[in-house]
Design a protein around this ligand. Sequence first.
Ligand code: ZN
Length: 165
Amino acid sequence: MDIARNSVVTFHYHVATNDGATVDTSQGGEPMAYLHGHGHIVPGLEEAMAGHRPGDRFEVTLPPEKAYGVSDGELDMRLPLDVFPGEARAQLKPGFQFMAEHPNKDGESVLFTVHAIEDSEALVSGNHELAGATLVFKIEVIDVRVATPEELTHGHAHGAGGHHH
Ligand code: ZN
């Protein structure tokens, strides 16, 4: 069957930046499964998947807006360490993540990652590490099936490559 809304799609992927550096690949591991039409994969890839069927291989190049978004300069910040509550301050190190409100968009929460601690400041970013990147996806569609009623209720794919409870 062709990939359409509420298909459960199993696929192998290889993702690289447009200068050829590999970002991620499922080759050599388990393929990934997702419920099509629910925004679980980046928008440009979901659009490109539609209509494909098992056995199809294709390549698609996605600009940042169709992948992990453009980089938002307002989300790259230096924060004085004393804005963090004491218990969080004790855990601050590169890789530490926390949710906070967007500095200029009321009510929009953003996941920030600490990239460095310098003197009395934390360098943090709320941009996805692939924000701003043009990405080349090579896809091999392995399987396409109709979602079960339970998967539709949960809003995600179950089983191999999908969600486990
Ligand atoms: Zn579930």
